[in-house]
Ligand binder design. Structure first.
Ligand code: PFF
Length: 450
């Protein structure tokens, strides 16, 4: 069945929908723990550099390809290039989308289970040992992690089934502003705890002795992950953008807002981590082991903890939707599947492989003993995404836009056919896209792997 292509209805909707892909577990779960593991402020400075010089230009490149073709990732890449190396962007993008969903839905499932636990009062009066025990109960066992994952896929799938306008646009216009407002409230609460300033200085005072070459790849991978670049997610969403949308402005606004949400999440978590004498470098469990503890020791905490995990669940869901939409758009437009059939098939695939991630995420998990290059399956999926697939595809996308697509195409999209009067900015951006971004990615890759 030929589907009529939908579009977002305004620039306002474009902004919130795009932001809802960018803002997710990356901000609330991954950013704090990666900052914690990599020593705080010095890492944040490198990360900000990566967002500005690498992530943002690549994000805008995806917008150019998506809106310029108004197709799914596979169709879009086929339309703009016939070079084999660049044609691989859609294959790598779709592979990255699956792998990302395999482990992302696991963590999203933990968050869902925490909403439930918060509502029934599991966190009342717990101590650090209690918090760790609850996290382990959630993430191990034969079925519980898979149930959470299934629930995430059902919720995300239901919203996707409602379509671009009815589902994605309507939901994200409501959830994004609420999420940002409440996160700010949490940060203010955390900052007023005794001893909070130690956490603030961890986030603001750089200690460059903690930087190694690995830090750069971690920052680069996080920047791509955060801005949803490299999977084709932003190519897909921008194929629904309005004709008059200013792509550069949208890229800048989304990058600033996404970074702001990450920093606010950091300001909500680290002051409390230090105030309660917890360990900032405790890894992927940081969010789950600290937040309930923080709230359990706060007036109004049993209410705030529900709100916090509900927000995290919403953010995880809307980011998952943007990933699923890559697959649904490709299956419906290229293989002529109905939206429903595409959804059912993809949810089944994600559940089949994702359950391997779910059962290996925790050292006590059923499949935790299986190692791939010394990584558990869960960690291997994560590393494959952040260290290889996203940066590699980002590199190909920026090279495609900078050098291979015909020049008029890129300029036309960036200036809206010359109506935006932004020639100067476009020239600077094109220079960065051609000569700075790719070189930086290549140098970081070479330095890390050789
Ligand atoms: N940007 C999302 C987050 O920070 O949680 C994750 C993500 C979504 C990555 C979509 C990639 C993607 F295509």
């Amino acid at each position: 069945m030929e589907q009529k292509r939908e579009k977002f209805s305004s620039s306002f909707s474009v902004f919130f929908a795009t932001l809802s892909s960018a803002v997710g577990l990356g901000n609330i779960w991954m950013f704090p723990y990666v900052v914690g593991v990599n020593g705080g402020a010095a890492f944040i400075i490198i990360y900000l550099g990566c967002v500005l010089v690498v992530g943002l230009p690549t994000l805008i490149s995806e917008f150019v390809i998506g809106r310029g073709t108004r197709k799914n990732v596979y169709g879009a890449i086929k339309e703009v290039t016939n070079k084999k190396v660049f044609r691989s962007i859609s294959t790598i993008g779709i592979l990255a989308t699956y792998v990302l969903l395999f482990f992302y839905t696991v963590v999203a499932g933990w968050v869902y289970s925490y909403v439930f636990k918060a509502i029934v009062g599991t966190f009342k009066g717990i101590d650090a040992a209690g918090a760790t025990k609850i996290f382990n109960d959630t993430s191990i066992g034969p079925v519980s992690p898979i149930i959470g994952q299934l629930l995430v896929l059902i919720v995300a799938g239901t919203i996707i089934a409602m379509g671009v306008k009815g589902g994605i646009e309507k939901l994200t216009r409501i959830t994004m502003p609420i999420l940002m407002g409440l996160l700010l409230l949490l940060a203010i609460r955390s900052l007023t705890l005794d001893g909070a300033m130690e956490g603030v200085s961890f986030l603001l005072k750089p200690d460059f002795s903690k930087i190694s070459i690995g830090t750069f790849l971690a920052a680069l991978g996080l920047a791509f992950f955060k801005l949803s670049v490299g999977t084709g997610s932003m190519i897909t969403y921008s194929s629904y953008f309005t004709d008059d949308n200013n792509l550069i402005a949208t890229g800048v606004k989304v990058s600033i807002a996404d970074t702001a949400v990450s920093l606010i999440a950091g300001l909500a978590i680290f002051p409390a981590v230090f105030s309660f004498g917890l360990e900032p470098s405790s890894g992927p469990g940081l969010l789950f082991n600290t937040v309930p503890l923080i709230f359990s020791k706060m007036p109004g905490g049993s209410f705030l903890v529900v709100i916090f995990f509900f927000l995290a669940a919403m953010a995880a869901t809307t980011a998952s939707i943007s990933l699923l939409e890559v697959l649904i758009a490709t299956f419906t437009e290229e293989f002529k599947f109905s939206r429903k059939k595409a959804l059912v098939i993809n949810v089944a695939i994600i559940l089949a492989f994702g359950s391997l991630a779910a059962l290996s995420a925790n050292p006590e998990g059923l499949l935790a003993e299986i190692k791939i290059f010394n990584f558990s399956i869960f960690d291997a999926f994560d590393a494959l995404i952040s260290n290889i697939l996203l940066p590699l595809n980002g590199l190909l996308i920026i090279l495609l836009c900078g050098f291979s697509i015909k020049k008029g195409f890129v300029r036309d999209e960036l200036t809206n056919g010359g109506t935006l009067n932004n020639e100067g900015i476009v020239s600077i951006l094109l220079f960065i896209m051609r000569y700075i971004t790719p070189i930086l990615i290549i140098v970081i890759f070479l330095k890390t792997f050789i």
